[in-house]
Ligand binder design. Structure first.
Ligand code: ADP
Length: 611
């Protein structure tokens, strides 16, 4: 397809996007904050009052003044002058007051809608399949949605402001066209030709802007990455230890230069068109005043008519320009805001089960489960068959990359299996309600995250905190004593993002906090996915053993590369070559000659002999 054909198709393609976005914005505004339409109503009335006051009333004032200057019926005309002046003042005051009220009100609504969209975006992101969070195309779309709905389009108020501008401009245009047609009709073609030329030049400028903004968005993303990392405490250690601050600043500096260069290029490329517009404006004004002056000198219009026509011509031009730019604005804003709708169209989780999880005891079964990650050809797990009875404690071991974490992710339904099925109590896990299903698990992942909340909130996640229970789980995680010593105890904020007195926990303390969080959740199936890598073997062994005591009759799955931590488990599954190679109790596996487990255990012996 040729370039111009493609452009034509693109242009034609905007219609449905605009209609869809407008419908969405109008519906959202009407449903969430109908008061926005009251705001527009008041603003509309205020602007009409202002236009009448600027265009029509001065005519009567001028005509009365002309009569006074000519000395005709002095007292009547002076009275009229005072009356018109008072009306003009009154209308000006009224429209200004109305505009001020609306300005504040609209700013509040704008902020409200910004937060509404952010929440909608976060909500949808959480409801999407987890695999989408790793898909570069989805992440890109998420960025486009954020930018599109915020400052590129202005969200609901941004798009509806453009629609409002269209409505008010069309109304004003109809009024002033009538005034001009009745008084100095030739002004119409002069203004229309000028507008046509200006629109053309402006469209050229817009094209340049769109290309340059596309470049800027890319540069901004990279620039933002460097700056955020530099300002992010969690990267502080790496940045300092590896002296990478200088490199990052240098890279950020280069991006900043690129950004300035792009802005400079933008203004240079727009300059010729700006000059063209200035020339067209000057010619338009010269011709208009010459024509109106001629009519006035030849007595075909009064001085008042001259004033009115001059004001009407300016309003006509502004109105026509307003309609064109409102249309361009609607198009541009809708296209940007549409990125948000495209993101919302990414499906929420496909299979939505309804089934409730019943009872306290649950049997987990992997039946011929194979899995490969989305957009990957390679199977990470192949034909996994395993049953974990209720209350069983299973240890999952294997070399790095053997698929242990993937096995846990499948069980937690962060991904759906490629082949086979996972059953809980004999029922495919896809049939369960997702919210219910997730309640079954308390998981501590290798790459667990703590949030910039208080220590207590990181453990309880907003539940009305049971002080005793929090202390108990902290004790079990081996963090009670240290936690008491923190400046504000349980209420100490983690990280310094929001609180300058916030604390940076050590790696081990963070892991203990994550473990305490899992213990607090009191779920029937608990999983530790090697969250203890920062601990020494003795501390790790203690945690796993403590943890195992607390877990008691609940089902537990432990991943650890330190095999001493598996000794107390009922069963051990050894992952290798994408599948379960060995399965049995510690004493069974350790006794197998040339067994993988036996070899790994022997290799690590020095770590646990003293335990
Ligand atoms: P383990 O926990 O045993 O160290 P993982 O389950 O983390 O192993 O990883 C198993 C394999 O899957 C590895 O080869 C890893 O590179 C790959 N893998 C892990 N996560 C992803 C992902 N999100 N996308 C693609 N491949 C992945």
């Amino acid at each position: 397809m040729g370039k111009s054909e493609e452009e034509k198709k693109n242009r034609k393609g905007n219609g449905p996007v605009i209609r869809k976005t407008l419908r969405f914005m109008l519906r959202t505004a009407w449903k969430e904050k109908p008061s926005l339409f009251v705001v527009y109503g008041i603003q509309f009335a205020a602007q009409l009052i202002q236009k009448v006051q600027i265009v029509i009333l001065p005519k009567f004032l001028m005509d009365e003044l002309t009569l006074i200057i000519r000395g005709e019926g002095l007292s009547v005309h002076v009275k009229n002058v005072i009356l018109y002046a008072a009306i003009i003042c009154g209308m000006s005051l009224l429209s200004n007051v109305m505009n001020n009220v609306v300005y504040q009100w609209r700013a509040i609504l704008e902020e409200w809608f910004n937060e509404y969209f952010e929440t909608l975006l976060a909500d949808h992101t959480m409801k999407m399949d987890f695999e989408h969070t790793e898909d570069p195309a989805v992440l890109d779309q998420l960025n486009r949605a954020k930018e599109g709905i915020s400052w590129y389009s202005g969200g609901v108020t941004g798009v509806l402001n453009s629609v409002y501008n269209m409505v008010i401009n069309v109304t004003v245009l109809a009024g002033v066209t009538m005034v001009i047609a009745l008084t100095c009709p030739l002004l119409l073609p002069i203004q229309i030709v000028a507008l046509f030329l200006i629109t053309f030049l402006n469209a050229k400028q817009n094209q340049i802007e769109i290309v340059q903004y596309g470049k800027l968005a890319k540069i901004n993303r990279v620039f933002g990455y460097y700056l955020y990392r530099l300002a992010d405490f969690s990267y502080g250690k790496e940045i300092r230890l590896y002296d990478s601050a200088e490199m990052m600043c240098r890279k950020a500096g280069r991006k900043s230069d690129e950004m300035i260069g792009t802005w400079r290029e933008l203004s240079e490329r727009k300059r010729t068109y700006s000059w063209g517009m200035d020339v067209v404006n000057a010619i338009r004004d010269g011709l208009s005043y010459f024509y109106m002056g001629l009519l006035a000198i030849t007595g075909r219009i009064t001085v008042g008519d001259f004033t009115m026509c001059a004001a009407a011509a300016s309003e006509l031009y502004q109105g026509m320009w307003g309609v064109v730019s409102a249309w361009q604005d609607i198009t541009k804003r809708c296209i940007y805001a549409n990125e948000f709708l495209v993101f919302l169209e990414y499906p929420e989780r496909l299979s939505k089960g309804e089934r409730q999880v019943r009872g306290e005891k649950h049997t987990i079964e992997f039946s011929h489960v194979s899995f490969r990650y989305p957009r990957s050809e390679q199977y990470v797990l192949k034909d996994i068959n395993l049953t974990i009875s209720s209350g069983e404690h299973l240890s999952v071991v294997g070399l790095n990359g053997a698929g242990k974490t993937t096995f846990i992710k499948l069980l937690c339904r962060l991904y759906d299996v490629t082949e086979g099925e996972i059953l809980i109590d004999g029922i495919n896990i896809k049939e369960y309600s997702e919210a219910e299903y997730r309640k079954l698990f308390a998981v501590v992942f290798q790459d667990f995250k703590l949030l910039a909340f208080s220590l207590r909130e990181n453990i309880t996640f907003g539940e009305a905190a049971q002080e005793e229970e929090v202390n108990r789980v902290l004790e079990l995680a081996g963090f009670y004593e240290d936690a008491r010593k923190l400046p504000e105890g349980l209420d100490t904020m983690l990280y310094k993002s929001f609180d300058e007195h916030g604390t940076e926990l050590s790696g081990g303390q963070q892991q203990k906090t994550a473990i305490a969080r899992a213990l607090y959740r009191n779920a029937p199936i608990v999983i530790l996915d090697e969250p203890t890598a920062a601990l020494d073997p003795v501390a790790e062994y203690d945690i796993y053993r403590h943890f195992d005591c607390l877990v008691g009759n609940r089902t537990a799955i432990y991943i650890s590369h330190r095999l001493s931590s598996c000794k107390f488990c009922d069963r051990i599954a050894v992952f290798a070559d994408n599948t379960i190679k060995e399965y049995g109790t510690h004493s069974e596996l350790v006794g197998r000659e040339k067994g993988i487990y036996a070899k790994m255990f022997a290799a690590q012996a020095q770590h646990y002999v003293e335990v």
